[in-house]
Design a protein around this ligand. Structure first.
Ligand code: ADP
Ligand code: ZN
Length: 654
């Protein structure tokens, strides 16, 4: 029998495939193999002498001389595939840059140059920063998890830079993960100007050639620092010395399609396997991380003061119950004027883009709905179109009501565009910079907006989620938060945790450098307990209260969840598939796992597909995973399996 190789192929099947090959091939090497009627790129995971299958096809081509995935990466990825119950072929593929997935050669086109000169900070680190650096340094070469819990502007990034410097001196590489919207040009240049090493960045704005180069420079050890968004957790780094996760509470570390992993959670495994320290930095730790601190699994390092010496902003509420005049209260308008008169910048936070979220008929109450989704269409005035923010469908707004034929249609509610229009009417001579997905679609647009803000001239900045984190605007004196109430009314058990994080992060943009800033929150629920804590910047106390509630209701992080989602154009099929799955799950006798559902998703129909969920929960993580792996072995028996699209989401956050 000629040698046989076992190959992982990117197909949604929980198995690998055997091929004949005239030579032994190292694990981690890419091969081109016939699969059905196609040729596909697979990754060798093993050499064998026997196969359980009779008629084996032969490998077409061996693509690499040496493994593209080394032993440690393979171990890491196998762990991830097992934990997320995801097919190994798809997991290995999603860890590779696209050009390697397509079978292109692993060759560096353009290497990154070393900086000519690096700058030194013009300040001395404070005692808390020094202590954090000392404690982290003492754990070099061993796994240890740290929460770097520092208020906004407390100099966490400075700690990252100094500790990274120490690692580089020892010839180590450092992996830094930041949220999607946190990897700004400002952040990248801060690293580049301070560290004498090659820094590669991995994020969505890079083209495929740049992504491949970054990957290979990490892999050959030339890059001292890899700075990237969630997928950078898969960057190969032979001399890995430390992992940093900045803004660890951020939802964007979770991949929400195909292979659904959490880069934050995987960073624990990677750090453990590589025997290196892990630093999770944030001003607003997730409840998962706080629980890890309480359980003694990671140590907390605190930075309690803003590095600039300026106090945290003064936060106050404006009661909107009595304010019926629209989105902006008279009080807030007066405050904005006061700061603009002092040549300061003001930021207004509203988490909805477009002009108005509802286009409706005053006579009969008709609302313009998307024909493909259970969702209203958002009015975009600049192009005079109704758009669906779920599926992207667009249409002209009707001139008369389709239901009652009256011409009494109007836009209701506020989005960023309408806020801009309203502000223009109040502050005609002030530049207004709107930053949302519509104004930053072009590649350089976001950077250009930031540049304009950084010039420091008085202006009003309108921002969505995109501006909540990480930005440091020197002349920004006041932040107004306009629409928080949806977060208070949501049924999602994580909604208040998220809202508290968002309020503190957004507030943290104000008055960072020279003078105490001010934050004003408009709400109709002034008496809600969340504000007690937010107003006095006591996030930790608030989070501890939430933890107690989660414990008493046995919700994560005190239990573990998984979600089986099915969707189909045929609503009945989606439901029936989950009923079948539910019966199968209930047949597998594992105690301590609760199963609920199937129930429709919050938005039941999206892009013509009906979404239903089955929830699994257990206080015992391994019981849950045992159940899921047995389920995985029997999934082929489900009759509707090929009639619906379905996926499993482990530790879901939505
Ligand atoms: P964080 O990452 O915690 O939000 P940064 O690291 O961005 O905070 O620090 C905020 C600002 O304070 C930056 O401009 C930084 O250069 C500056 N800074 C950091 N540490 C110190 C220090 N010890 N003394 C004075 N300024 C500092
Ligand atoms: Zn739609």
């Amino acid at each position: 029998m000629p040698p046989i190789i076992e190959v992982a192929i990117p197909v949604p099947l929980m198995r690998t495939f055997d091929y004949l090959c005239n030579q032994k091939v190292a694990a981690g090497v890419r091969v081109k193999v016939p699969f059905g009627t196609k040729k596909v790129i697979g990754i060798v995971i093993n050499n064998k002498t026997k196969s359980a299958f009779k008629k084996l096809k032969s490998v077409d081509e061996i693509l690499d001389k040496s493994p593209i995935l080394d032993k440690s990466m393979l171990d890491f990825l196998f762990w991830a595939a097992k934990y997320y119950h995801h097919p190994i072929g798809e997991v290995l593929h999603s860890a590779l840059p696209k050009n390697l997935r397509l079978g292109k050669q692993a060759i560096i086109k353009k290497t990154v140059s070393l900086p000519d000169k690096i700058s030194q900070p013009d300040f001395k680190i404070n005692p808390e920063q020094a202590d954090a650096i000392k404690q982290i340094s003492s754990k070099q070469g061993a796994y240890h998890g740290f929460l770097l819990h520092g208020v906004t502007g407390s100099g966490k990034t400075e700690v990252y830079l100094q500790i990274t410097q120490k690692m580089l001196k020892k010839g180590k590489q450092v992996l830094v993960l930041v949220p999607e919207i946190g990897l700004t040009p400002q952040m990248i240049s801060r690293f580049e100007s301070r560290l004498k090493t090659k820094i590669v960045t991995i994020h969505s704005q890079r083209n495929e050639t740049q992504k491949l180069d970054a990957y290979l420079l990490a892999k050959n050890g030339a890059a001292g620092v890899v700075l990237g968004t969630r997928s950078a957790i898969f960057a190969p780094m032979p001399n890995l010395g430390m992992i940093i996760i900045d803004e660890e509470h951020d939802g964007s570390f979770k991949q929400q399609s195909s292979f659904r992993y959490s880069a934050r959670d995987l960073s624990f495994i990677r750090a453990r396997q590589a025997n290196v320290p892990l630093i999770l930095g944030t001003a607003t730790p997730s409840l998962e991380t706080l629980k890890n601190v309480l359980d003694g699994k990671i140590s907390r390092l605190k930075l309690t003061q803003r590095a600039s010496g300026v106090s945290l902003p003064k936060i106050s509420l404006i009661d909107m119950k009595t304010n019926v005049s629209g989105l902006l209260s008279a009080e807030l308008i007066a405050k904005i004027r006061q700061y603009l008169d002092q040549s300061k910048q003001v930021m207004l936070f509203i988490n909805r883009r477009g002009y108005a979220p509802i286009y409706f008929c005053k006579e009969c109450g008709y609302k313009a709905m998307c024909g493909h989704c259970d969702s209203t269409m958002i009015y975009h005035q600049s192009i005079n179109r109704l758009k669906c923010h779920h599926c992207g469908a667009e249409k002209m707004p009707p001139a008369t009501c389709p239901d009652c034929t009256q011409s009494s249609l109007e836009a209701l509610g506020y989005g960023t565009q309408r806020l801009e229009e309203t502000l223009n009417s109040h502050f005609a001579n002030t530049p207004i910079i709107r930053i949302d997905r519509d104004t930053t679609r072009q590649k350089k647009a976001f950077a250009q907006h930031l540049e304009q803000i950084n010039k420091g001239e008085a202006c009003i900045i309108i921002g969505t989620q995109m501006l909540a984190k990480g930005h440091d605007f020197a002349n920004l004196a006041m932040v107004g938060i306009l629409d928080t109430d949806a977060g208070l009314l949501s049924l999602d058990f994580r909604a208040t945790e998220r809202l508290a994080q968002l309020l503190i992060q957004v507030s943290g943009r104000a008055g960072r450098n020279t003078k105490q800033g001010e934050v004003v929150i408009q709400t109709r629920f002034c008496e809600h307990p969340i504000f007690n804590f937010v107003l006095s910047n006591r996030y930790t106390q608030f989070a501890n209260n939430l933890l107690k509630q989660r414990m008493s209701s046995a919700l994560p992080p005190f239990s573990h969840q998984a979600l089986l989602c099915a969707n189909s154009k045929n609503k009945q099929n989606a439901q029936d598939f989950l009923d079948e799955a539910c019966a199968l799950l209930k047949n597998i006798t594992v105690e301590t796992v609760e199963i609920w559902g199937p129930v429709a998703s919050v938005i039941e129909k999206k892009s013509d597909y009906y979404y239903f969920n089955l929830y699994l929960q257990s206080g015992n993580r391994s019981a849950l995973h045992q159940l899921l792996s047995t389920f995985g072995q029997h999934i082929e028996s489900l009759k509707l399996k090929n009639k619906v699209r379905w996926y499993l989401d482990i530790d879901p956050i939505e």
